[in-house]
Structures are given as C-alpha cells and as structure tokens.
Design a protein around this ligand. Structure first.
Ligand code: SF4
Length: 104
C-alpha cells in the first residue's frame, strides 16, 4: 500500500466565513474616516447595513465582532449597537467616549 493511500486528504480548499463576506473590498464603508460627522456616519452605516442584510455570513460576522470587541460596523451592528447588546469595546470612541469623559 502506498503512503498516499494511508491518508485521505480533503482537497477542498479551506473557506472561512470571511471568504464569503458580501463586503469584500469595501472596507471604507465599514470603518469611519477621521473626524467623520454624525450625519455622514449615519449615511455610511446605512449603506453598510444594506450589504450586511444580504450577506450569507451575517450571523458569523456579528458573533465574531461581539466576541472580539471589534470597532467598526460588523454583521449589521455598529459599536453602539454592540455596546447596547453588552459587548462594549475596551476603549470607546465617539459619542460614548465623550459621554464617559463628561461624566467623570
Ligand atoms: S455581515 Fe456585513 S460586515 Fe459582516 S461580512 Fe457580511 S457584509 Fe461584511
């Protein structure tokens, strides 16, 4: 028996959920530019949300972002959305950071 026959290799290339992302190549839509105004953020996130709504890996993406405390727009959620769901980033920026700074 040849060595190759001792092993059954799965020759299917590994595909991660990121490989199936609807947003591939659209990074700018999911992360804010420096000093982005609230109205511009709302428009950008609305466009991102349209992509997320039709994405086949929506659930995997949202779960990843929550568990890794990611910044940006992931799985149909902004940082604010994740914060409200109990998944706060370690160093908040934007409105929440300003509110925390003012309260201290
Ligand atoms: S759910 Fe949205 S952010 Fe996540 S991979 Fe899909 S398109 Fe990208």
């Amino acid at each position: 028996m040849a060595v190759a026959e001792l092993y059954e290799y799965d020759m299917t290339p590994f595909v991660s959920w990121q490989d199936l992302a609807e947003c591939k190549g659209r990074t700018k839509l999911f992360f804010p530019p420096k000093a982005e105004r609230p109205q511009a953020r709302a428009r950008r996130e609305a466009k991102a949300n349209k992509l997320c709504a039709n994405c086949p890996v929506h659930e995997e993406c949202r779960s990843f972002a929550r568990s890794h405390r990611e910044y940006g727009y992931w799985g149909g959620e902004s940082e604010e959305d994740r914060h409200l769901a109990g998944f706060t980033v370690s160093a908040p920026i934007g409105v929440r950071a300003r509110l925390q700074h003012e309260a201290s």
